[in-house]
Design a protein around this ligand. Structure first.
Ligand code: DHE
Length: 497
């Protein structure tokens, strides 16, 4: 038999045949062998995060491939490049982005089984034990290594540093006295931490894929909004025990995911936006509440929203919609459309007084501009050009500037300071050139602004908010949001709600 040169090379081992493609079934077996012990049966998560399509929506398949091959630094995710060939890794990636063969469920029994009490609250002192001003603490989410740091906001020194659940998202929320802080992770874990005693109190898994949570202004309830399963989960704020789940069914019976839930303090209610039905809900927590939703018809599916300073009106957008809408929470009627181009990120919008009248400004995740609205007439006053689309905005009553990042694009190292009266960009800072600068929060008195440089070798940078001089730089691994206890519990002008 005559061998071709290629066959000869193969026989000599000089050319390796490409490994055979792996079917989804085979990939399922690989998952059970290599991944399940950490990522859970049915990919629901365990010591490692959930690996459902909903959980992976923000990660591109190439990134998932690289993580399986190389592992994830500073985590327990090992490299599998030496155990799995390229076809097996490709097969696993395709498998992970497929819906699970058995649709995932998360029942009240599952929620209760996940509940852990980590400290005996009754035996802990009820006054701050750290010697710092409890209303000027900062809670900083360090996203790169899934940790949280607590900083003394007078000295910018660390009081505590502890691991969080994987991928916290949304702003942590506080009890009205500022003692407790509540975190939600994208995988549905909710935790409560005692800032007086710098200790974790309890945790529970309220869903498989969570949007955010809100805490009632009387400190009694935590309401969690979920994508998977689409529902609301009501917890007792003291120890996070499950009170009940509330299915989010539209008036016509359609099941919906929850876009976001916030507390509206002057209304003693939670306000909820639904993603798959055209409704906003208000759930009163006054007195002895039954948490029956008051349905408010919306002009579109709601994705993102904010409130006017008196919490009477809701300013909402849908990612599909052109522009936004104003809903009067008293009458339950849509008031008007608002002319907002691109993809405004209303949840990050802030308001302030300009010439005696309230204005509202929102960043835009698809266009390089800040839209400024007059809250009396709902008219667009100005579109302020920026160096690229942005994510977050922050200000303080005592600051002349609204700080906004340029989160996307080549100029993502820039932060603009907008003069709140002239509506012009007054300063542009580049805290660490070439590295993404994003998310600012002020000290309770507004004297200092803390900014994140969102990079593995990033930092939290403290600026004097008047002179704009750098006061301190604390190295951190992708610090994302940071939250000042006083500003948050006062629902202070210029911060997120
Ligand atoms: Fe967020 C808040 C929605 C992607 C970091 N984000 C919020 C809130 C909503 C929201 C509704 C307000 C909840 C709250 O604070 O209680 N975020 C969305 C999205 O729909 C979007 C675009 C896509 C998604 O997959 O969810 C999205 N968000 C991101 C990110 O990619 C960010 C930059 C990194 C991350 O952690 O995932 C991110 N979002 C944040 C942060 C806040 C937030 C840090 C809190 C801001 C604050 O100051 O309160």
């Amino acid at each position: 038999m005559r061998l071709t040169p290629f066959a000869l090379l193969l026989l000599c081992g000089a050319v390796q045949a490409a490994p055979d493609a792996v079917s989804l079934e085979q990939a399922g077996v690989l998952y059970e062998q290599h991944c399940q012990s950490c990522h859970g049966v049915n990919r629901l998560g365990g010591a490692g995060p959930a690996l459902l399509p909903e959980s992976l929506s923000r990660i591109k398949p190439d990134e998932a491939r690289a993580v399986i091959h190389d592992g994830r630094p500073a985590s327990q995710m090992a490299a599998f490049g030496n155990r799995l060939n390229s076809a097996q890794i490709d097969g696993l990636v395709s498998y992970l982005y497929q819906p699970a063969a058995t649709p995932p469920t998360w029942s009240d029994t599952d929620i209760r089984a996940s509940h852990r009490i980590l400290a005996d609250l009754d035996s802990l002192p009820s006054t701050p034990q750290h010697g710092a001003d409890p209303l000027n603490l900062f809670v900083v989410v360090e996203a790169g290594n899934h940790h949280v740091r607590v900083l003394d906001g007078d000295r910018f020194e660390e009081l505590a540093n502890f691991p969080s659940h994987f991928a916290l998202h949304g702003g942590p929320k506080f009890s009205p006295d500022g003692r407790f802080v509540y975190f939600a992770s994208r995988d549905g874990w909710v935790s409560v931490y005692d800032l007086h005693n710098l200790t974790m109190i309890a945790e529970i898994r309220a869903g498989l894929n969570t949007r955010n949570l809100a805490v009632s202004n009387d400190g009694r309830w935590v309401l969690v909004g979920n994508y998977l399963p689409g529902n609301l989960v009501l917890l007792d704020a003291r120890d996070l025990s499950l009170v009940k789940h509330i299915p989010t069914l539209g008036a016509d019976g359609t099941q919906s995911r929850v876009s976001a839930v916030y507390t509206a303090p002057p209304r003693d209610s939670f306000v909820v936006a639904l993603k798959d039905v055209k409704e906003a809900w208000e759930l009163s927590y006054a007195g002895e509440p039954d948490f029956e939703p008051r349905r408010i018809e919306a002009a579109d599916f709601l994705d993102d929203f904010s409130f006017t300073p008196d919490y009477r009106h809701l300013l909402a957008t849908s990612r599909k919609a052109l522009g936004g809408q104003v809903i009067d929470l008293d009458t339950g009627k849509a008031v008007t459309d608002i002319p907002l181009p691109g993809m405004p990120h209303l949840g990050s919008g802030i308001y302030w007084k300009r010439n005696g009248d309230w204005v509202f400004a929102t960043p835009n995740v698809s266009k390089g501009l800040i839209s400024v609205l007059d809250l009396q007439s709902w008219k667009l006053i100005k579109e302020i050009p920026t160096e690229g689309p942005g994510f977050f905005m922050r200000s303080h009553l005592n600051s002349p500037y609204a700080w906004t990042d340029v989160f996307f694009g080549p100029n993502n190292d820039a932060v603009h300071l907008i003069d709140k009266q002239t509506l012009e960009v007054a300063h542009t800072l580049r805290p660490m050139p070439g590295k993404n600068a994003a998310h600012v929060e002020f000290t309770n008195d507004g004297r200092y602004a803390l900014l994140s440089v969102w990079d593995t070798d990033g930092a939290l940078i403290v600026y004097d908010a008047s002179t704009l001089e750098e006061v301190k730089r604390i190295p951190m691994n992708k610090p994302s949001g940071k939250y000042n206890v006083g500003n948050k519990i006062e629902f202070a002008e210029g911060t997120s709600h």
